[in-house]
Design a protein around this ligand. Structure first.
Ligand SMILES: [Zn+2]
Length: 459
């Protein structure tokens, strides 16, 4: 009801009514701020943004008159952009088990808090235990949890034995991944039931015929992928695919998959890069997963930086250093990624230059890695102003939520990031956080379950 009446106010108010617009108590007005609206247009100095309830009511290039009592934030010297969006995360980094879901709830909440702490107001979990992730999603949506907007794919669709990550649980559990058997009557019925009962925000498929070490593994046919995509789309759900090689990408395009969960990992032909760019098919970049593993192996001290200590549990950091690190060195992934990770960055830059639709994503589970991702993409030559869109509006398109999220425009949710320094001048400034707003409410950092607050309490 509230939203509907707001919608009317928004429709009736044209640009002409700006000078006399009445700002009332309980509204939030951020004034004299440099606006970076998420669409990729040049920053606008001296702007005012009015929030009414949970939505953006008005964006004005000039000051707005306001009555006493309205909450006014002086944006002088500050920069306002949409809250960042990470289009590919895994809360719990795929270690969630059905047995331990309850104990691991707290880990999930802490991970979500690390995103808010670093200015990320929406995330897409791209593969997890359905009961776990959709449970958290419900808590977020009903306001029980302080959290970024949590969107989730739940389980993925693959063939039995197919590669592509994700925990494999025994078939027959309500949390089993969907493994196609070749009998579409049975598989399709199972998948249709999954879509209708779990309501994933996006459906993930997986195809990866080569893997990191070019060992053969079974993978879906174009026909199988097409059927899955069609059924998801008929249920109003977009599809994303974990694909890695040129062949994987070409066949995914033939099957009309809506978007990609990663950039092409191997050297790619100009024809494919051009095809992806021309179709403007959204691609989550996820270059940081390679860089993160490389750094963990060869420069693990980066995890001692204050931002990591403040936003990630010491136990989790210790697990990365003491368990994950030797594992990645031993299994050869670290040296492989060190040698090849430039390729995924080069592919990202090329698709961007050709006019493609890149979307910021990390394939990790902590807020700080999105900032690493943006620095990597900028280091590959992608302009910072373009990154302000890649990490906001493009990601909202990826979620299928661009009508509500991703830019500072009238009628959208007031998910906002107020910065003390200009992110179009330095990638590090995306983390120069002054305040984070979700639905027009300022996030109280003191309420986040993060090490930074525990240390403060002890003192
Ligand atoms: Zn992933």
């Amino acid at each position: 009801m509230k939203i509907r009446s707001l919608g009317v106010a928004v429709t009736l108010c044209t640009a002409l009514c700006v000078p006399t617009f009445s700002v009332q108590a309980a509204d939030l007005l951020i004034e004299n701020v440099t606006l970076i609206d998420g669409t990729g247009t040049q920053p606008l100095a001296g702007a005012s943004v009015l929030v009414k309830g949970d939505r953006i009511e008005l964006v004005s290039p000039m000051p707005l008159k306001h009555e006493p009592g309205v909450e006014v934030v002086d944006g002088t010297g500050k920069f306002l952009m949409p809250g960042l969006i990470d289009s590919h995360i895994h809360i719990g980094a795929n270690t969630i088990t059905e047995q331990k879901m309850k104990e691991q709830h707290i880990d999930g909440v802490r991970a979500l808090h690390s995103f808010l702490y670093l200015g990320i107001t929406s995330v897409l979990d791209s593969g997890n235990v359905p009961d776990y992730i959709f449970g958290l999603r419900e808590e977020e949506q009903t306001g029980k949890l302080i959290s970024p907007r949590l969107f989730a794919t739940g389980t993925n669709v693959n063939v039995a034995g197919g590669r592509g990550g994700g925990p494999i649980r025994p078939q027959g559990s309500p949390n089993s991944p969907i493994r196609l058997t070749g009998d579409w009557a049975a598989d399709g019925a199972l998948f249709d039931r999954y879509l209708k009962t779990r309501k994933p925000d996006v459906q993930k498929l997986q195809i990866d015929r080569h893997g990191v070490f070019d060992a053969p593994a079974p993978y879906m046919t174009v026909d199988q992928m097409s059927k899955v995509v069609r059924m998801a789309n008929e249920n109003g759900v977009r599809t994303m695919i974990h694909a890695a090689s040129e062949e994987d990408f070409n066949e995914s395009l033939e099957a009309n998959v809506d978007q990609f969960a990663h950039m092409i990992r191997y050297a790619a032909s100009d024809a494919l890069l051009k095809r992806l760019a021309t179709k403007k098919i959204p691609i989550s970049t996820t270059t940081v997963v390679f860089a993160f593993i490389e750094r963990l192996a060869y420069d693990p001290e980066f995890l001692n930086a204050p931002v990591w200590k403040n936003s990630v549990d010491p136990d989790v950091i210790a697990f990365q250093k003491n368990v994950e690190r030797p594992g990645f060195i031993k299994n050869g992934m670290a040296p492989n990624f060190k040698a090849t990770r430039h390729i995924i960055l080069e592919n990202s830059k090329k698709v961007h230059d050709l006019g493609g639709l890149l979307v910021a994503g990390t394939d990790r589970g902590w807020g700080q890695t999105l900032h690493m991702e943006l620095e990597l993409l900028h280091g590959a030559g992608i302009p910072l102003l373009d990154l302000t869109r890649i990490a906001t509006l493009n990601a909202a398109i990826y979620l299928g939520k661009e009508k509500d999220l991703g830019s500072i425009q009238r009628g959208k949710y007031a998910d906002l990031l107020l910065l003390n320094a200009d992110p179009t001048q330095d990638a590090k400034n995306f983390a120069a956080i002054a305040a984070v707003y979700k639905s027009g409410q300022k996030i109280d950092f003191a309420k986040l379950d993060l090490p930074v607050n525990k240390r403060a309490t002890k003192r």
